[in-house]
Write a protein that binds this ligand. Structure first.
Ligand SMILES: Cc1cc2nc3c(=O)[nH]c(=O)nc-3n(C[C@H](O)[C@H](O)[C@H](O)COP(=O)(O)OP(=O)(O)OC[C@H]3O[C@@H](n4cnc5c(N)ncnc54)[C@H](O)[C@@H]3O)c2cc1C
Ligand SMILES: NC(=O)c1ccc[n+]([C@@H]2O[C@H](COP(=O)([O-])OP(=O)(O)OC[C@H]3O[C@@H](n4cnc5c(N)ncnc54)[C@H](OP(=O)(O)O)[C@@H]3O)[C@@H](O)[C@H]2O)c1
Length: 247
């Protein structure tokens, strides 16, 4: 149950011609780091609503969402044009199972994001309570080109604050770059390059994996992790892999 409430745009940050972060003030119910809100706009007389992961923590206001323009989609081209003071609607109830609370006990939490799938992991990593559950966090952000390695200020401040607990690995697939790795997440798991870069092993004994973003990456990563006996996690049947598919 829930209802649409008024949301006011506080800021529209444009990272490049297709990546945007919107800060939205709205009176919603509480949420957990890693969950998503729904935002909607009236388009040709019809309400068009879509889910977006919260980048902010449960104690931070306003809400922040991170998205890319999908040119053939109805909502994102309009979201990209919103400016401070404009309004949209926000569903007042927040949902989602990509949360620390929904993950079974593990030593290491690996977070694999493609593109805008980075958002929920920033919320989790900025939330102090997350650090009570795991010894180490590995944040892997895979993008096509290095200029899409966004949120560097937030990531650097997380790395500074939780330096003993967090490893960050940027992955760029379509050009060389000086830090991180080149390629795709499943291939870099298979080759062992990712684990050797991180200095930890992905295993059923020690790891839980969260996947977020492109469904192709999620599908391929599940196959690769399956070769190590890691399986999808549900509340009914505990496993080592949790996920949120964006597209
Ligand atoms: C639980 C959940 C959380 C989500 N959180 C985010 C988020 O934090 N940030 C975000 O950018 N997106 C997120 N999405 C996707 C988002 O809800 C929209 O689908 C997307 O922003 C496109 O909206 P649209 O109305 O313009 O096009 P849509 O009508 O939604 O989609 C048009 C087509 O584009 C595909 N598509 C959807 N998203 C993308 C994308 N990012 N890149 C390429 N193709 C895409 C769809 O599969 C569809 O075929 C989430 C989706 C889900 C299910
Ligand atoms: N990024 C851009 O410059 C750009 C420009 C214009 C339009 N778009 C469109 O915007 C949408 C989103 O693009 P995006 O770049 O943000 O996200 P994306 O297509 O999901 O790519 C993000 C990262 O995920 C990787 N990836 C894709 N499929 C994978 C798979 N099956 N297994 C593992 N890794 C996989 C990509 O590697 P690969 O590079 O190897 O695919 C890339 O490193 C796409 O529909 C795209 O066509 C993107």
């Amino acid at each position: 149950m829930g209802e649409w409430v008024k949301g006011k745009i506080i800021e529209n940050k444009q990272w490049n011609d297709r990546l945007f972060s919107l800060k939205v003030e709205a009176a919603t119910k509480g949420f957990k780091a890693g969950q998503f809100i729904r935002v909607s706009m009236e388009i040709d007389g019809e309400r068009v609503g879509r889910p977006y992961s919260c980048v902010n923590t449960p104690t931070e206001q306003p809400f922040e969402i991170y998205f890319n323009i999908v040119h053939e989609g109805p909502l994102t081209p309009l979201l990209a044009k919103l400016q401070a003071g404009d309004e949209l609607s926000v569903w007042d109830t927040v949902n989602g199972l990509l949360t620390v609370e929904d993950v079974p006990e593990a030593k290491h939490l690996w977070m694999f994001a493609t593109g805008t799938g980075l958002g929920p992991f920033l919320s989790i990593m900025k939330t102090a309570a997350s650090y009570e559950k795991f010894e180490k966090f590995v944040l892997v952000h895979a993008v096509r080109t290095a200029e899409e390695l966004t949120y560097q200020d937030s990531i650097n401040s997380i790395l500074k604050q939780y330096s003993d607990s967090v490893v960050y690995v940027p992955i760029v697939s379509r050009e060389d770059h000086s830090d991180g790795l080149r390629g795709r997440i499943p291939d870099l798991i298979k080759s062992g390059e990712l684990e050797s870069k991180v200095g930890l092993t992905l295993s059923t004994a020690e790891s839980h994996v969260m996947l977020c973003g492109n469904s192709g990456m999620i599908q391929d990563a599940i196959v690769t992790l399956g070769e190590r006996d890691m399986v999808k996690h549900t509340r009914k049947e505990p496993g080592q892999i949790s996920m949120e598919k964006y597209h």
